[in-house]
Ligand binder design. Structure first.
Ligand code: GLU
Length: 306
């Protein structure tokens, strides 16, 4: 699918089906839909179900999004059905000598001295340049631990820069990121990049907890010969204490609000109010009236009546 001009490109919403979407997720979904529709892009729905899947959550999430007035083009994409595409991307990098096996445990990575100037938590390069004999030892150790070696990217840069609609130019570290985890599951960063390119996504709208991952994903897209998408990271929703909104904060999902006697229109109105709009009843109202230049750059503090 061509992705070169906005008219032929696509935006997307990519929920993880680990439970019901809360108001912050719903707000991000509306904004992703609005930004795509505003720019005549297609809008795709992608279920990120490689991890943390809760029975029935996908169906409930899709119903909730549709109830807000969000529609999407084509079939829902499921990452669990796309393993062959992820494997092909890893194979492509492997053929170019751009991956290596990693035998480290999480703890070893955390405890290893990091390279000078590397941000905390970044991969210290332990398995990057091992001898064949050292690799054999590593594999034997993995067999004992009943794990596969992880597969990592042999990164050639230490940082990369992307453009974000609101944050502007964002530069962040790129390390030897995991492409396939030790349990054999494709890593999130790889899956996102492969899926966005395969489906013609050229506009990535999501919550800004992923802003610092955008440069490494864009770098991976570059190495795979793909166009870099434009990014639009939306501030997170938080509770009254400033912590990321979560289920334990009470009645924070659409269904919770409906159970408390609110209507869908009232829930959308609340989301609209967080964007400085009054009287929005559906996603279509936000599409018609919201000006992206007015997005607050602070988190949305969600205060709800019990
Ligand atoms: N699945 C991720 C989430 O629910 C979003 C990933 C993305 O949009 O790239 O936070």
């Amino acid at each position: 699918m061509p992705a070169s001009s906005p008219a032929s490109g696509a935006g997307r919403y990519a929920p993880s089906p680990s439970g019901d979407l809360h108001l912050g997720n719903l707000r991000t979904a509306i904004l992703a839909w609005v930004l795509a529709r505003r720019s005549d892009r297609r809008f795709l729905m992608r279920v990120e179900d490689l991890d943390r899947v809760r029975e029935g959550a996908e169906q409930r999430q899709l119903e909730d999004l549709a109830a807000l007035g969000i529609d999407w083009d084509g079939e829902v994409i499921r990452q669990s059905e796309r393993t062959a595409a992820y494997t092909a991307a890893i194979d492509q990098l492997q053929e170019r000598g751009m991956v290596f096996e990693c035998y480290c445990t999480r703890r070893e990575i955390l405890e290893a001295p990091s390279a000078p100037h590397a941000p905390p938590g970044s991969y210290p390069g332990t398995c990057r340049d091992l001898t064949p004999a050292q690799r054999e030892q590593g594999r034997a150790r993995m067999r004992e631990l009943r794990r596969e070696p992880a597969v990592r990217l042999r990164a050639e840069v230490t940082e990369w820069t992307v453009q974000d609609l609101w944050a502007g130019e964002v530069t962040a570290a790129v390390d030897d990121l995991v492409l396939r985890r030790g349990d054999g599951v494709p890593a999130y960063n790889l899956a996102v990049v492969v899926d966005d390119a395969a489906s013609g996504v050229d506009q990535v709208t999501r919550a800004d907890d992923l802003l610092s991952s955008a440069p490494r994903q864009a770098h991976l897209a570059h190495l795979l010969g793909q166009e870099q998408p434009t990014y639009a990271h939306v501030p997170l929703a938080v509770n009254g204490d400033g912590a990321r909104l979560a289920k334990r904060d009470g009645a924070v999902t659409l269904r919770d609000r409906l159970e408390r006697g609110e209507t869908v229109a009232e829930v959308v109105e609340r989301i609209g109010a967080s964007l400085g709009l009054t009287g929005c009843c559906s996603a279509a109202d936000v599409l018609e009236r919201w000006d992206p230049a007015t997005l607050p750059d602070q988190p949305w503090v969600v205060q709800l009546p019990r």
